[in-house]
Design a protein around this ligand. Structure first.
Ligand SMILES: Cc1ncc(COP(=O)(O)O)c(C=O)c1O
Length: 418
């Protein structure tokens, strides 16, 4: 097979692809596994029941199911879904938007592919422009999406230590590379993998910088407010004409319906629709139809704040407690403040092995985590910190999380620098 440059880039064995394969293999076999590695949301029974009821309603109405599965929507998305969203955002947050400010995609992963490659990369005049990640570690799913790896540039954060065993990353505004080649600034809030939630002030400041450079700020709201609402720190839903807000139905319990939502100014939405028509023709419609009545009634906000948020917040607190109980004082560990998402990010400050090695040792004991180094792409310099961290998904049943954390503690303790 002779591959083009595009073919080679997108078929290369990216680190994360190799790791995901490895995880898949690790999960086969009959022994019990403690899967604290992937990004799957938890199944919350109350929410799962709601989606089932919505599907039953569709099935019970004459011709509704057939309409849902037998028609292509326009590339922008289902008009009823888009109108309901625009109305919700106008009503609840006073955003000055209409249907022309919203586009649907086949999952936000696809949104990012289109956005990064529409804005960054080679320009018509031959120059290149880059996407700035103002803080890494950042979502691994962005890493291989640009046509050229050089199309990302990122910045190390400032580390704020909080007590003996907690810390928080802050945007180091002095370190941002704001060259002529800036195409967009992009950040996830809450952040995968750390659970960090950028403060409103940090977001406004990034927006100001983006405006000064005449580029958009892409805010990845996959876990954020108003839905799915996996956010435990004060955070205002923020949007304006310079912000491209990326949302998703995945983390509210519907990852397989592949529905991403973009809120942006009209010219960006029009560009995305053109791109989406070429890539996908139309979007998956089932998720949009399941969720539209809950958006129209505003019920989605209640589900997010009264069911989803407390569910993850209490799971996070239990997982943190478990880490503090199991890790003890001989491990110089620090956990990033858990402000949202479904991950804990643990920093080992006194172990003699890399967290890639720690991952291998945990895997040999049927416990799967994700080693930190994959989340530090776009950095020009080496940073030892990236081999000192792991990501833990605490969405699994509590007992699995507890057992997995015990194995991590035992393996890390064996590697403590004497
Ligand atoms: C921060 C972040 N953004 C985007 C995505 C992609 O989500 P989806 O394509 O399912 O909408 C994920 C998935 O885990 C994520 O963690």
């Amino acid at each position: 097979m002779r591959l083009s440059a595009f073919g080679q880039k997108f078929t290369a064995r990216s680190g994360i692809l190799a790791l995901m394969d490895d995880l898949g293999r690790a999960l086969t076999g009959s022994e019990k596994k403690y899967m604290l590695g992937g990004g799957n949301p938890a199944r919350i029974s109350e929410v799962a029941k709601l989606w089932r009821e919505q599907m039953e309603r569709i099935l019970s109405e004459d011709d509704r199911f057939e309409q849902m599965v037998s028609n292509y929507d326009p590339p922008q998305g289902n008009p009823a879904f888009i109108n309901a969203l625009a109305e919700l955002f106008r009503r609840e947050y006073g955003w000055d938007i209409g249907p022309g400010n919203i586009a649907v995609t086949n999952g936000s992963q696809t949104s990012f592919f289109m956005l990064f490659n529409m804005l960054g990369g080679r320009q018509n005049d031959g120059s290149r422009r880059r996407i700035l990640l103002p803080i890494v570690p950042e979502y691994i799913g962005y890493a291989d999406q640009t046509l050229d790896a050089e199309d990302f540039v990122s910045a190390q954060p400032r580390i704020e230590l909080i007590g003996e065993h907690r810390f928080k990353y802050r945007v180091d505004f002095a370190e941002l590379q704001l060259g002529e080649d800036l195409a967009a600034i992009c950040v996830s809030r809450p952040t995968n993998p750390t659970g960090n939630v950028l403060t409103d002030e940090e977001v406004y400041h990034l927006d100001e910088i983006a405006r000064e450079h005449d580029v958009p700020l892409i805010l990845d709201n996959a876990y954020g407010v108003p839905f799915p609402g996996m956010i435990f720190a004060p955070a205002t839903p923020i949007w304006n004409e310079n912000i491209i807000l990326a949302m998703s139905l995945s983390k509210i319990g519907l990852p397989s319906v592949r529905t991403g939502i973009i809120v942006a100014r009209e010219e960006i939405i029009a560009a995305l629709c053109s791109c989406n028509a070429i890539l996908s023709l139309a979007n998956a419609g089932v998720g949009q139809q399941l969720v539209t009545p809950l958006i129209e009634s505003g019920e989605i906000l209640r589900i997010s704040s009264e069911i989803v948020r407390p569910f993850y917040e209490s799971k996070s607190a239990r997982a943190l407690q478990c880490i503090d109980d199991e890790f003890g004082d001989d491990l110089a560990y620090a956990v990033h403040l858990s402000e949202g998402s479904l991950f804990l990010w643990v920093w080992f400050r006194n172990i003699s092995i890399t967290t890639m090695e720690l991952y291998e040792r945990c895997k040999a004991r049927n416990t799967i985590v994700v080693p930190g180094r994959y989340f530090f792409f776009g950095l020009e310099e080496d940073w030892p910190h990236r081999d000192q961290c792991i990501r833990i998904n605490y969405g699994m049943p509590d007992e699995d999380v507890r057992r997995g954390i015990r194995v991590i503690a035992e393996e890390a303790r064996k590697a403590v620098i004497p």
